[in-house]
Design a protein around this ligand. Structure first.
Ligand code: MLC
Ligand code: AMP
Length: 575
């Protein structure tokens, strides 16, 4: 029965979704959600459909750092097993409002299993990071009213958080998780219309207030994934080397969900470790070796450091590495922060690959990319993805801006007569753009113009036929190691400690991290050492957001309005 069902779905629904004369019932599974595709075949909702697809059943979907692997069929069965457990716990929202399921899993098979099982129940998935302090986790749970799932290893960490927030916690022993009936998954995919329904909430920092939960619908995800796979020709033949965190767009949507959606494989390292990443890139196992890598600029800076330390002195190794990467790697991408041109050049010298830089944001998915084929201009982020519309404007307020240029994937129209170069604020529109900040209509409204364009907060330059990112408008948004951090949010957390009287948090330009988080402080009483300060801060601030350089002053210098001028204050670190 299941085989028949799979067969009919796949004959009608997966390969030829809109052809006349094929099985109409099967077509209902994936209605209205496909669009014409150039290179990779058809991606459909739900994005986990490849776990049912007969031609992928024996294909490896996922491998982890311990060498465990799952085929698409195994992933489907395990996810169906967990979905049944979730439903037994009352997570059953198909037909009603989507429930939220927050989860903390290791970087192994438990992660994709939980993500897919959440989607099988029709719920919204919220990936949590084990690096986050309890106060942050409590905020994420309370503000979304979610249920909580975790691997056994996180039971102790989450028990307290679950209790203090009154959240139901399901601890899963993934080794003992029973296979589910895959026809359950097929049935759900057939009966439940994923279009426009909530799929993911990812937390992101803004200039003010606490982190905001970006709600991406399954339609947003479909569009983002389709743009990514089309532009970079990601297909079932690829194997992704996965080194990025799973609670952000880059590691989750680009490096995991996109490969999954086209039947490609992800190979996930336990964490980014430059030596281990080199070992994977140079692996002699032709069957399992990766051919695509995605990273933030800091990843490439650390890979270069490791290369210089371990290989650069041997001309044979240098030549071998370049030859191997040229032959075996198909594509190496950089994003999430500005890629310094010297890093692009050095990496190209080492690997024979020019990094493909692209630009995006949690709220909008990917907006701009250098070409897969054709010239990748150093320092530029290229042109819009297929469904993305852009505006460059001179912005006074949400309802008052002057249009300077407009672009889509077909080209750019410059609307000012200042020659070929335009600098301004970047606005974005299109089906990839998120639905709303969870439970925060005010914040949602503030980030869009009155005529519906998302205000990115980035300043861009359009010149010589491509875009360049010039930086954030606000000094209070810091990008460190590709993480977006709110200076004000870090200050608020630090001010909750009685030891700290005043604090200003800033981003200091840094060759490894892009920006490094630094703080100028005035203390109540005794000054803490950097080590003592870090110990204190980690109870409320994520490790990657804790200031790593401090300056102490009796009080912070303020202007006549009582404001700290951070652009001036940061200069104190020059000494
Ligand atoms: C870690 N450290 C930092 C730091 N992060 N110091 C300064 N700034 C930072 N950002 C310190 C640690 O405290 C530790 O110090 C030491 O550096 C090593 O820490 P680590 O955690 O082992 O670092 P590492 O694993 O090497 O991390 C590097 C990294 C990581 C680049 C892999 O930062 C990372 O995963 N970044 C990716 C973030 C991301 O996914 N952003 C995408 C957002 S989505 P000590 O003293 O303890 O040794 C987005 C949209 C888009 O932006 O366009 O993609
Ligand atoms: P996030 O909010 O974490 O999704 O980060 C999105 C932000 O990262 C964007 O608004 C940009 O400021 C920055 N960003 C992403 N890609 C690039 C890039 N290639 N160059 C410069 N900045 C980038």
């Amino acid at each position: 029965m299941v085989t028949m069902l799979l067969g009919s779905l796949c004959r009608g629904g997966l390969r030829r979704p809109v052809e006349a004369g094929c099985n109409r019932r099967a077509l209902l599974l994936f209605t209205n959600t496909t669009r014409a595709r150039s290179t990779t075949g058809t991606i459909r909702l739900p994005l986990f459909a490849p776990v049912f697809e007969p031609r992928f059943q024996e294909k490896v979907a996922f491998t982890d750092h311990q060498g465990h692997h799952f085929t698409f069929a195994q992933l489907g069965r395990k996810a169906a097993g967990l979905a049944a457990e979730l439903e037994a716990k009352g997570v059953k929202c198909r037909g009603g409002d989507e429930q939220r399921v927050a989860f903390m899993c290791e970087r192994d098979l438990s992660f994709p299993t939980t993500l897919i099982s959440t989607w099988m129940t029709g719920s919204i998935a919220i990936p949590l990071s084990s690096s986050h302090p309890d106060t942050m986790l409590e905020y994420f749970l309370k503000s979304t009213g979610s249920k909580l799932v975790c691997s056994e290893i996180y039971k102790d960490k989450l028990n307290g958080v679950a209790k203090s927030t009154g959240t139901e916690l399901l601890v899963v022993n993934f080794d003992k998780l029973k296979d589910g009936d895959v026809s359950f998954g097929v049935k759900v995919a057939k009966e439940y219309n994923y279009e426009g329904k909530g799929g993911l909430i990812l937390f992101t920092s803004g200039t003010t207030g606490q982190p905001k939960g970006v709600l991406l619908t399954h339609s947003n995800l479909l569009d983002q994934v389709t743009n990514i796979c089309d532009a970079w020709e990601i297909t079932e033949k690829d194997t992704m080397l996965h080194v990025l965190p799973l609670h952000h767009t880059h590691g989750l949507i680009h490096a995991l969900i996109s490969p999954l959606a086209v039947g490609a494989r992800s190979h996930m390292l336990q964490k980014f470790d430059p030596a281990k990443a080199w070992a994977e890139l140079l692996s002699t196992d032709n069957e399992l070796r990766p051919n695509v890598l995605m990273g933030v600029p800091t990843v490439y800076i650390k890979l270069i450091e490791e290369f210089d330390k371990s290989f650069a002195k041997s001309p044979t190794k240098v030549a071998f590495i370049k030859e191997t990467l040229k032959q075996k790697m198909r594509l190496i991408l950089s994003g999430s922060a500005s890629l310094p041109v010297p890093v692009l050049e050095r990496f190209e010298q080492i690997s024979g690959h020019r990094l493909l830089e692209r630009y995006g944001m949690t709220e909008i998915g990917m907006a701009l990319t250098n070409p897969l084929h054709g010239e990748r201009k150093p320092g530029f982020v290229g042109k819009p993805f297929e469904t993305v519309k852009l505006r460059v404007v001179d912005m006074t307020s949400r309802d008052n801006y002057k249009l300077l240029a407009e672009s889509d994937s077909h080209g750019t129209r410059i609307l000012v007569d200042k020659g070929e170069k335009v600098i301004g604020d970047l606005l974005v529109k299109g089906p990839s753009v998120f639905k709303e900040y969870w439970g925060n209509p005010e914040a949602t409204k503030k980030e869009f113009t009155n005529d519906g364009w998302f205000i990115t907060g980035d300043t861009v330059e359009f010149t010589e036929g491509a875009y360049k990112i010039l930086g954030r408008k606000s000094v209070d948004i810091i990008k460190s190691g590709g993480y977006k951090l709110s200076a004000l949010e870090i200050e608020t957390q630090l001010l909750s400690f009685p030891e700290i009287k005043e604090v200003a948090v800033m981003g200091l330009p840094d060759p490894t991290w892009g920006q490094r988080v630094v703080a100028v402080l005035a203390w109540n009483g005794k000054e803490l050492s950097l080590a003592e300060f870090k110990e204190l801060a980690k109870t409320r601030v994520a490790p990657y957001a804790i200031p790593t350089l401090l300056k102490s002053l009796p009080e912070l210098p303020r202007n006549h309005l009582g404001k700290v001028n951070k652009k001036e204050l940061v200069k104190i670190f020059a000494t």
